[in-house]
Write a protein that binds this ligand. Structure first.
Ligand code: BGC
Length: 402
């Protein structure tokens, strides 16, 4: 069997299924010195391993990145806008930055790539964090003003819009786990208040985009896991699902789609999150290798929200590219099973186009379809890049290269 073999009907995907890859501004652009993550990376107490410094230099090399997407044969590119570039000081909008992102959308359009634009991917401008970040009473309105400004500048070119990436993580990582800025631990009251602010920001952003130029699907993305209860963990599991996922899924009423992002499975015991199941292999992130989680989460999201699902991120951190192909193949088999059962899934985006800055873990985890030379920034395709391109062109699961 080879990548050129015809796709069997049972492994083909619905017409118009979007095949893409995803990135995020802070993880690839470089030089994003004006947001909360930059400060966090440079805080010796944060536990971050290194600075994002130049990222993958995509601020300058974005035309090459768009070419890579086109060259693979993918039909969509999901990337994010760096709010702190577009609005470097409160209320001051940079036309040059707006034009920059408009050019990326236009370059995608010229190559028949659907631009999927994310408005917030974890980073918040320093001027907002200085006055409370997502706890500032007007944070949702301030975010919506930024979204409206972008919409009026290049809404005509946007293909799909994700308001907030992994809307559930800002609260839990920033105020419960303390692993993201502002690094607060175990403050449930503040965590829930930030969750409310995020939901409000999302709803205002949806309205802002719908009242501006362009007509495109709008939704949020959620970080999901296949959550399972170990003996005695049923109540904790239910509570975790409510706070981490269900609260946000209910907030999608009126949206056009929901973005699902699942990387693994997590266990809950009577005391809270429990250890991984012994014997299940781990990825570079220390997550269980659990490709079937994506199918589980897509089904769950569709059942709870009743709106179409877009798999806005899925991938694996590994140095072994063959393992990446096997992992994504297994994910796609699960997606196909869900489609067979009538689950409305509209597309699949590999995380990520490039090996990039994996937040507090720095550049070590390798999620990319392309490696990036740390000195020259030269991009080099891995076998998974041409393989996922073949999948997209065939609109179906083709075998791994021999
Ligand atoms: C995030 C990405 C991140 C990826 C892999 C998602 O949580 O949206 O920014 O790099 O997972 O960990």
């Amino acid at each position: 069997m080879s990548v050129n073999d015809p796709v069997t009907p049972e492994m083909s995907f619905p017409e118009g299924f979007l095949w893409g890859t995803a990135t995020a501004a802070h993880q690839i652009e470089g030089g994003n010195v004006n947001n909360d993550w930059w400060a966090w990376e440079h805080n010796p107490d944060s536990g971050c391993t290194e600075s994002s410094v130049d990222g993958c230099d995509s601020l300058h090399r974005w035309p090459e990145d768009v070419e890579l997407v086109a060259g693979m044969g993918l039909g969509a590119y999901r990337f994010s806008l760096e709010w702190s570039r577009i609005e470097p000081a409160e209320g001051e909008f940079s036309l040059a930055a707006l034009d920059h992102y408009r050019r990326i959308c236009a370059a995608c359009r010229e190559r028949n790539i659907v631009p999927v634009v994310t408005f917030h991917h974890f980073t918040t401008p320093t001027w907002l964090t200085a006055r409370g970040g997502w706890e500032a009473s007007d944070a949702p309105e301030v975010f919506a003003r930024f979204v409206a400004r972008v919409g009026s500048h290049f809404g005509d070119l946007i293909g799909w819009a994700c308001t907030i990436n992994e809307i559930n993580l800002i609260g839990v990582m920033g105020y419960a786990l303390g692993s993201s800025p502002p690094g607060v631990k175990d403050d449930f009251v503040r965590h829930l208040a930030v969750n409310d602010a995020m939901v409000k920001a999302h709803r205002l952003a949806v309205d802002a985009l719908r009242s501006g130029p362009g007509k495109f699907p709008v939704g949020l993305t959620l970080s999901m896991d296949e959550m399972v209860a170990d003996p005695g963990g049923e109540d904790i599991l239910a509570a975790a699902q409510e706070v981490l996922e269900d609260r946000f899924m209910r907030a999608t009423t009126g949206d056009d789609f929901m973005g699902v992002q699942c990387y693994s499975r997590v266990h809950f015991g009577p005391e809270g999150q429990a250890p991984n199941e012994p014997g299940v292999p781990l990825t570079q992130m220390g997550y269980e290798y659990w490709p079937q989680g994506v199918e589980h989460c897509a089904r769950r999201a569709a059942a709870i929200t009743g709106i179409p699902v877009l798999l806005t991120e899925s991938g694996i951190a590994t140095d072994n590219d063959t393992e990446r192909i096997t992992y994504i193949s297994e994910v796609l088999r699960g997606v196909r099973r869900a489609l067979d059962d009538g689950v409305d899934i509209r597309g699949y985006f590999v995380w990520s186009l490039l090996d990039n800055f994996e937040w507090s873990l720095g550049f070590r985890p390798k999620f990319g379809l392309h490696s990036v030379d740390p000195k020259t920034f030269a991009r080099r395709p891995k076998p998974s890049a041409s393989w996922i391109g073949a999948v997209a062109r065939a609109n179906g699961l083709v075998p791994a290269p021999a």
